[in-house]
Write a protein that binds this ligand. Structure first.
Ligand code: NAD
Length: 699
């Protein structure tokens, strides 16, 4: 049962009980409607209280029902709210902990509301690309005023009930309870106190005006312009709250419905809903049951205090987990610790970190030069030089000193995790944890599952990832794992585009207009062009027949490694990120083109975007087919959280689905005919060809 019905004297109490957050799924909605009918039919009952069991009043829609027919099946939320409004006996919502989305809308349909201090109030729908659809946009302005209501609706952010209760003239809460514990008792008493009051108050009957009307809403529209760039919903939030101030309640409700339905159908909302579910799905691994017993991780060791080691250590310090850093030399340790200090001090200066928190974090950090000091730690993450010989030496030492059952992780970005595991006598305890740079900032973590990695190691590192606030995606072992294996093809296409007639700035602009945080050449400058160069040199040996543009090599031969040396595809002024186009680089590209006998052609932005994005998609289809990624949505998460792919496109796989896989394959076939491109690469991956032929999609 997802609702409970009890009678306390003359008051009926309907308690939502659908863990974890009392989502308003079909059974719960039915339970409320049935409880209301029972209470109204019972002559003993004088008033009704609706509340939630456990950790919420209600978090809103039940995400398990997302997109399923059950989500709209009667009684839908609008119908349930209408049952509340039409009740002959007063209904009091007793709100605590969380009242969000549909949960808040349910409370707004009640005659009275009593809230416990600490309750988070929110209408987060805008974050999924739509607006509240069960009266929230029409009722909230009537109880809070248009301005406060619009703030809540357009930001989607939670705000504490006690702050709202202080707003002058607010009618959202009729009463605040003294504490969360006393809410139930106070709600019963309050219900008794209003049991005989008639007429029953309804929010729909309250007036709604803004004193500055037009001017205020114009102002609000200008304010949300920035956030509306790629998303239509924020501007619609302004429209619908303005309507609340202009039209009759029922007309406002009709307008809300229409906007809600239209936004639900937009590509942007579909993308955001896809990502919402994809992020949750990423933490689930098909053959690792949710109840797998986990190893205890209360302390961490990090080997190597360089760029990555320092950032990795900070993640754990931030989460209150002690870290021991090991290096070969004291100077390297001192440098590593100094960098961590500098990072934290910058946060303290900006007011983002309190001094006492900084002190607490630094107190959790210890250093050592001796492996024998690591025997007590539960997990170690290696971040030393990317050379297999160095990794071998480190893992042999770790195998010698780490206690049985400790997890041995490597942050390698290109080396074979199975090979690294083979340096130990406990390959089942070895796993790849591929952090992205800067490791204390980037949300993505690729968890690289070796052939022998134990199931409980996988379960443990996925939950450790959550503790350090990373979004973890599982990858199998292959060169580059999911993200970098795909980006290699993207980079190769970027090179061909230069050879055929583009400038780096043209390519970057097209991709940034598409929504990428950075185009491929600005990204190369940020990551260091020498890294790609080293990989290509290896490829020239391994795959002599693979086609490459040589332009990036010429750039590297000039020492233009990127931002770290102040020059790459662009020039940089010290301390600034602005990319300034460089005439010499453009001439270098032109001369190389001439030497190859290529007549440049004008390439459209559309072709640039398609070639770059579909190169990701085709490689991703191979990755899926080989089982390197468990599901297409994992690949979307990798690109959204690790590579600056635009959220409103929902990731490369979701974007391909929206374009239609048939169309994607058609485009690839066209690209294959271009003699300056790589026809072999553009042969659609078998999985992609099959899905396209069957009219199916990845996700
Ligand atoms: P780095 O050169 O900045 O740091 C490496 C550190 O390891 C140095 O401080 C060095 O003194 C130390 N070290 C070397 N050998 C050691 C040993 N035997 N014992 C103890 N310490 C030793 O390198 P980085 O950029 O931090 O990269 C480290 C690892 O992380 C590499 O495997 C790299 O591929 C991977 N990685 C790097 C990035 C990135 O963007 N830099 C991203 C993801 C993964």
């Amino acid at each position: 049962m997802t609702t409970q019905y009890q009678v306390h004297g003359d008051i009926a109490v309907i308690t939502l009980n659908n863990p974890p957050v009392n989502g308003l799924g079909l059974a719960t909605r039915q339970g409320i409607a049935e409880g209301m009918a029972q209470a109204n039919a019972d002559a003993v009952v004088k008033a009704i209280v609706i509340t939630g069991a456990g950790k919420a009043f209600s978090g809103g829609a039940d995400i398990k029902e997302f997109g399923s027919p059950k989500a709209v099946q009667e009684p839908n939320l609008l119908s349930v709210i209408s049952v509340l409004e039409n009740s002959a006996k007063p209904v009091v919502a007793a709100i605590h902990t969380v009242a969000m989305g549909g949960g808040l809308e349910l409370a707004l349909g009640c005659h009275y509301r009593i809230a416990a201090p600490g309750t988070s109030i929110a209408l987060p729908e805008v974050k999924l690309g739509f607006i509240p659809g069960a009266g929230g946009t029409q009722r909230l302005p009537r109880v809070l005023g248009a301005e406060a209501a619009l703030n809540i609706i357009v930001s989607g952010e939670p705000i504490k009930a006690e702050m709202l209760a202080m707003l002058p003239g607010q009618k959202l809460f009729d009463k605040m309870s003294a504490s969360a514990e006393s809410l139930a008792e106070e709600a019963l008493a309050y219900a008794r106190s209003v049991a005989d009051v008639r007429p029953l108050p309804l929010i729909r009957n309250l007036p709604c005006k803004h004193p500055q009307g037009d001017a205020y809403f114009q102002f609000a529209r200008n304010m949300v312009k920035g956030m509306s760039k790629n998303f239509p919903a924020p501007a619609k939030c302004v429209d619908i709250v303005e309507i609340a101030t202009q039209k009759k309640f029922d007309d406002g409700m009709a307008a809300e419905r229409e906007i809600f339905m239209n936004l639900m159908l937009t590509a942007e909302s579909k993308a955001l809903r896809h990502l919402f579910l994809a992020e949750r799905a990423a933490s689930k691994i098909p053959d690792v049951p949710a109840d797998t017993a986990q190893r205890t991780i209360n302390s961490i060791a990090v080997i190597g205090a360089g760029t990555m080691g320092g950032g990795i250590a900070m993640n754990f310090l931030n989460a209150g987990i002690p870290v021991k850093m090991l290096e070969m030399k004291q100077e390297a340790l001192d440098r590593g610790v100094a960098t961590i200090r500098k990072n934290y001090e910058a946060q303290v200066k900006k007011g983002k970190l309190k001094q006492d928190k900084y002190d607490q974090r630094m107190a959790l950090l210890t250093t050592t030069l001796s492996y024998d000091d690591l025997t007590g730690t539960d997990m170690v993450i290696e971040a030393v030089f990317e050379e297999i010989g160095v990794k071998e030496a480190v893992f042999k030492e770790l195998d010698r000193v780490m206690k049985p059952g400790a997890i041995l992780a490597s942050n390698t970005s290109t080396l074979d995790v199975d090979k690294i595991a083979s340096f130990t006598k406990r390959p089942q305890d070895v796993v790849g944890l591929h952090f992205f740079s800067p490791a204390n900032v980037m949300k993505l973590l690729e968890v690289v599952r070796g052939k022998a990695t134990a199931i409980d190691v996988m379960a443990t590192v996925m939950s450790v990832a959550k503790k350090i606030r990373k979004t973890a995606v599982v990858s199998g072992v292959c060169d580059g794992f999911i993200g970098n294996r795909m980006i290699e093809q993207y980079g190769r296409q970027g090179g061909f585009l230069l050879d055929e007639g583009c400038t780096p700035a043209q390519v970057d602009k097209a991709m940034e207009k598409f929504g990428m945080a950075m185009g491929p050449f600005r990204m190369g400058d940020l990551a260091g062009n020498d890294i790609g160069w080293a990989i290509r040199k290896r490829r020239y040996q391994e795959k002599p027949n693979m086609k490459y543009s040589k332009t990036a090599d010429l750039l590297c031969e000039k020492g233009r490694f990127g931002q770290k040396v102040g020059k790459g595809w662009y020039d940089y002024v010290e301390g600034k990120r602005d990319a300034i186009p460089n005439a010499e680089v453009v001439t270098m590209i032109e001369e190389h083109r001439k030497a190859l006998g290529i007549t440049p052609r004008k390439i459209s932005d559309e072709e640039i975007v398609q070639r770059l994005v579909f190169s990701l998609v085709n490689e991703a289809a191979h990755i899926l087919e080989e089982g390197i990624a468990n599901k297409a949505s994992d690949i979307d998460i990798v690109y959204i959280f690790g590579y600056g792919f635009p959220a409103h496109r929902g990731g490369p796989m979701n974007y391909a689905d929206q374009v239609g896989l048939f169309n994607v394959v058609q485009a690839m076939n066209r690209f294959a005919l271009n003699p300056l491109d790589d026809a072999t690469f553009w042969k659609p991956a078998p999985l992609l060809a099959k899905l396209a032929a069957e009219g199916k999609s990845f996700n």
